[in-house]
Design a protein. Structure first.
Length: 498
């Protein structure tokens, strides 16, 4: 297949390398002609390094180089061009003008694809005489390593084009997910669950960014905590995406931005690229270390009944059978607060703490304190729960604690995507694991917890806080009440023809 890639920035170079490596002839073009030669030279350098590392042979690299064809103009004629992939700057008028030029010189059989990550595919296509020939083909950086591509049909895209593009992506070594033309498409939309809830925790002063990041990594198993991730991608970029998706979905409570971001962006606290963000990345800056915690024996009593309380007793087999005057009291928290447990059961406020059940089987245990907590009792509680763990994080009391709120939001946003038929459950999980590096897809992750238990968590979060952001998605409630996994697709309705 002959593919024309327009744009020689990071994404354009990556797409060209991907397509040429897969065996396609790639015409490379850019409005700045000298940029084309620079891009081909850059790709050649990557191929040379791949040969040096034994990832491909020199003859193989030579074949890839030979398939890269420089063009003098983006709108050069080409009767044999099967596909154009545009990867120029994110501006609707600029993209529309480009495709208008291409429509005038390329045959009707040429498929047009835009790599836009934020603009509506339908609005770009609407500027063409034939809007049916354009779709979205959204790659992720770095293209050769991020082996996932979103195929985004516009409202007028021909029915055969999404399947053709998906087949091309799969045949070229990447995985394809078909996504509705909605704000953020799939991956950026699904990723809002983690970062928006992380900001909500920060707004509530539950914990500092470094503590939230540690819990996200050690308890939930994420590769990076949300604030580490935002420092990597740049808060200016993250904030713009959050606002764009929230606005696009008509101010959905589940996607609500934080009041904390505008001032941080205005101050230039973007993260790595500006030197400072939630962490200090300037040369010579010292990393944040965590003081080791030593397990200490002290009288410990587990309050409450049910599976979570039983799990705590199993984790602390030396806990007392009956309350004692000086014992540290632990209560398991699932969607509610330590404060509510103290009030409901008449527990000693100064010595009662919450422990997140999600943290029991991990290297880090999470202890929740209240305004009534005695400092000496806090130190005793930390030493007591350190038994069998490598680290203990102390957070302020909040409904559900840190890990529960993050997980509930991740699953909730994914469930709302599936509920609206923006993508299939299978594609939601595939795209998120491939592009965001989560330990499992959010819907499969929810199934590990259990739909019924997750619904209980979200109902309690919603009831305790009164915040509509925690209202359970219909997708979750239906499957919990029907005894079905969250990955169960919607019933397939037949399409009626007029």
């Amino acid at each position: 297949m002959r593919i024309r890639v327009i744009g020689t920035g990071v994404m354009g170079r990556g797409i060209a390398q991907w397509a040429a490596t897969a065996g396609h002839t790639v015409e490379l073009a850019d409005a700045r002609r000298e940029a084309v030669g620079e891009a081909i030279g850059f790709i050649a350098g990557l191929l040379d390094r791949a040969v040096a590392k034994g990832r491909m042979t020199e003859p193989e690299a030579g074949e890839v180089r030979a398939r890269l064809v420089p063009l003098d103009a983006v709108s050069a004629p080409g009767d044999d061009v099967a596909l154009v992939i545009e990867a120029i700057r994110e501006d609707l008028d600029t993209k529309a003008a480009l495709f208008g030029e291409l429509e005038a010189v390329l045959p009707p059989t040429t498929i047009f694809a835009t790599n836009t990550s934020s603009l509506p595919v339908t609005r770009i296509a609407a500027t063409l005489a034939d809007p049916s020939r354009l779709a979205g083909l959204h790659f992720f950086n770095p293209v050769p390593l991020m082996k996932i591509v979103e195929v985004v049909p516009g409202a007028a895209t021909r029915p055969d084009i999404p399947g053709t593009l998906a087949d091309l992506v799969r045949a070229s070594g990447h995985r394809a997910v078909t996504v509705a033309d909605t704000p953020g498409f799939l991956v950026n939309h699904a990723g809002r669950g983690l970062v928006t809830e992380a900001f909500a925790l920060l707004e509530d002063s539950v914990a500092e960014p470094v503590v939230i990041d540690r819990i996200a990594r050690d308890v939930l198993g994420l590769r990076m905590g949300p604030f580490e991730l935002m420092d990597l991608t740049g808060l200016d970029v993250t904030a713009a995406v959050i606002d764009s998706i929230w606005t696009g979905f008509r101010h959905s409570d589940r996607l609500r931005p934080s009041f904390l971001t505008p001032n941080r962006v205005a101050a230039g606290l973007y993260g790595r690229k500006s030197g400072r963000g939630f962490y200090d990345h300037r040369p010579g800056a010292e990393g944040i270390t965590e003081a080791p915690v030593t397990a200490v024996k002290c009288p410990l009593w587990i309050a409450g009944s049910g599976p979570d309380a039983d799990a705590l007793r199993a984790a602390f087999p030396e806990s007392l059978d009956e309350p004692a005057p000086e014992a540290v009291v632990l209560v398991p928290i699932w969607g509610t607060t330590v404060t509510a447990a103290i009030a409901a059961h008449g527990l000693p406020a100064s010595r009662t703490f919450g422990l997140d059940p999600l943290s029991l089987s991990t290297r880090r245990r999470v202890l929740a304190v209240t305004p009534a907590s005695d400092p000496d009792a806090v130190r005793a509680a930390v030493g007591a729960v350190a038994a069998g763990a490598e680290a203990v994080s102390v957070v302020r009391d909040t409904a559900g604690s840190v890990a529960q709120r993050l997980l509930a939001s991740i699953v909730s946003v994914a469930a709302s995507i599936a509920e609206r038929s923006l993508a299939s459950p299978e594609d939601v999980d595939l795209a998120v694991t491939a592009a965001l590096g989560y330990p499992s897809g959010p819907l499969a992750w929810g199934d590990r917890i259990g739909a019924v238990r997750l619904l209980e968590l979200q109902d309690r979060l919603h009831e305790t806080t009164g915040d509509p952001r925690y209202r359970p998605a219909r997708w979750l409630r239906e499957r919990a009440e029907l005894g079905l996994p969250l990955t169960t697709p919607a019933y397939p309705l037949e399409k009626e023809t007029p």
